[in-house]
Design a binder for this molecule. Sequence first.
Ligand code: ZN
Length: 43
Amino acid sequence: MTSAAFVATKTPSVAIVRVSCPTCHKEIPGDYLVCPFCGSVTQ
Ligand SMILES: [Zn+2]
């Protein structure tokens, strides 16, 4: 039995969280403290 193959095909849970800038409403990565588009602080 090769049941290990099913475990290997599992998708990694490294999804990047995206947030919307409160000023320009562009989608930016969640780990960005400052919006790269308008320079507004997002947190
Ligand atoms: Zn912005």
